[in-house]
Write a protein that binds this ligand. Structure first.
Ligand code: MRU
Length: 351
């Protein structure tokens, strides 16, 4: 017999975005979503770097793990005759993977962590084993981290809350479970019913193609709005919180996230809707300042066409930045796996 409590509780089996199988890397091809759920197999680090560049895989934590697996491919399939030769191969793979996308810190964080492990090992076999183990460990940690982060954030949500989110910070942006959408999943798993409002997120449409897809996949209530409907939706619906992910969080609390996040944050502040960021500590960058972080500019084609159809007159100049920076004064809190960081961020981070 099912009692009232267990009847409400859910346990999700969210999509797994990237994994290691039979000595190769498998990933969901996100360029095919929502129409086809298919997987590609990457055979070497060049294929992984290409997949990251073309956004077959995207989302800060997911590209970090994928890049880690890229190094593991180099190590595991190497026929190097000496440790030095193997280290050279890893250095080359490191550079190729590092240059695949510039803004999300998780990419370089993951690569550096694995390179460090490789340097601590002495023989060819030890290096191979250490690199693969570290990459697998990172993938596993990502899942545990998201679950902890989700459970922390879920505490602020109440049954019936409506949450607005932007872009995709879900299972498809991580190994699985998600950061911002991990908070929603954890709330649902604790028996709360949450309604999500997702923005389309032009021009790559991570909101409509990915967030809507993965929430529907898990049976979570989601409505989609055009990016242009954010202010009107905030003014006319009862939105409890905005929760988004992050690609990089600076010591000062400045948050680099998908283009459009900043304007959603401004609007949320105007309507007194608390604006939260959900990000694991691997997304924090304690070294750089705003001026030395590269904001990726994506190809003009993303703006010029929808699918194959041209929607812009020929000869029009295009500016297509992929990320923006939300200043700390617009952020109510940053949900991490270690707790919710409240402003003033710089002071509280030091603690
Ligand atoms: O260009 P993308 O799709 O790789 O952008 C990254 C993102 O998915 C978002 O900015 C997200 O909010 C942060 S990743 C959890």
């Amino acid at each position: 017999m099912i009692d009232a409590k267990s009847k409400k509780e859910k346990r999700f089996d969210p999509l797994v975005t990237v994994f290691w199988k039979d000595d190769y890397v498998m990933m969901i091809d996100q360029t095919k979503l929502p129409n086809r759920l298919s997987y590609i197999r990457c055979l070497d680090h060049n294929e992984v770097a290409n997949a990251i560049k073309k956004m077959v895989i995207r989302g800060a934590p997911a590209i970090g793990v994928a890049a880690g697996f890229g190094l593991a491919l180099t190590a595991v399939h190497s026929s190097a005759k000496s440790v030095n030769e193997l280290r050279n191969e890893l250095d080359i793979a490191f550079k190729v993977l590092q240059s695949s996308r510039p803004t999300a810190i998780n990419l370089v964080w993951a690569l550096q962590r694995i390179m460090k492990t490789s340097k601590e090992s002495k023989s060819i076999d030890e290096v191979k084993k250490a690199v693969l183990n570290e990459a697998l460990k990172m993938a596993d940690e990502d899942i545990q981290t998201n679950r902890r982060l989700g459970a922390t954030g879920a505490k602020i949500l109440k049954d019936g809350d409506v949450i607005m989110t932007h872009c995709n910070a879900g299972s498809l942006a991580t190994v699985t479970y998600g950061t911002a959408l991990g908070v929603i999943r954890a709330a649902e798993e604790s028996g709360k019913h949450i309604r999500v409002i997702a923005t389309e997120t032009r021009p790559v449409m991570q909101g409509s193609r990915l967030t809507a897809f993965e929430l529907q996949h898990d049976g979570i209530d989601v409505s989609l709005i055009p990016d242009t409907a954010v202010a009107y939706t905030m003014s006319s619906r009862k939105i409890r919180y905005v929760i988004v992910g992050a690609d990089r969080v600076l010591r000062t609390g400045h948050v680099f996230n998908k283009i459009g996040t900043y304007q959603v944050a401004i609007m949320a502040n105007l309507y007194n809707i608390p604006f939260y960021v959900a990000a694991p500590l691997s997304t924090f960058d304690f070294e750089n300042s705003q001026k030395n972080v590269i904001i990726e500019e994506r190809p003009a084609e993303e703006v010029i066409r929808i699918g194959r159809k041209r929607i812009v007159p020929k000869g029009i100049k295009i500016f297509n930045p992929a990320f923006d920076i939300t200043p700390p004064e617009l952020i109510a809190g940053i949900i991490t796996e270690k707790g919710i960081l409240k402003p003033p961020f710089e002071i509280n981070l030091n603690r």
